[in-house]
Design a protein around this ligand. Sequence first.
Ligand code: PEP
Length: 255
Amino acid sequence: MAQRKPRALVAGNWKMNGLKGSRKELAALSRLLERASGKPACEIMICPPATLLMAFREAAKGTGIKIGAQDCHVSESGAHTGDLSAVMMKDAGAKAIIVGHSERRADHGESNNLVRAKAEAAHAAGLVAIICLGETIEERNDNATLRVVGSQLKNSLPDAVTAANTVIAYEPVWAIGTGLTPTADDVKKVHAHIRKRLAAEVGDEVASRVRILYGGSVKPSNAVELMAVENVDGALVGGASLQAADFFGIISAYL
Ligand code: PEP
């Protein structure tokens, strides 16, 4: 496979957390980054709830921190009460959208087809689609991890994938918010499999440059080990992204 050197991405998924006061965490993160000796060798993104997108866009100006969104409707506009489109997220300041998160797949019954349509909507709006994949504990115990993740990838992936418009996040469902993580060796096997399946879909060249993030209980204490695993190009971070000091601790794996 061609030489690959994608720039790592550390993205914080705030989920349904954060009110106006949370802007101070963004300011604190930016101060920590400013004071850091050396520039992190990764891109940094925070995906707050949609209500904070505009405020975060303003607060992040000049800091190098990018703002992303969580989920979108497949249409650009229309009669969809309570939904938000990718175009709207872009208008509010988002550069990327997380789609197919296991909480969406579980809480809202989102299928791979729907996830693919959402990723296509993100692309159509000119945004990066961060497509999440991951097995449940039952699937892991059945030794079905590679099969499940491979099938999610194949069926959630839009046609027009480039290294610039798509990021894959491997997030074992059983590791999300539990404090549990796979071993570095397990992560290595799954990420290698994702890279291989990606190559079968989009060709070696593009596949070698698409970033594959690991997500699930990433913390400052395990970030260095997890981020050093082959084919891990950054992290998608939930709980530990809510506090600037913890998120900075994870980013520090790239300092
Ligand atoms: C997530 O839900 O995307 C996630 C990675 O959560 P946590 O880091 O809290 O496990």
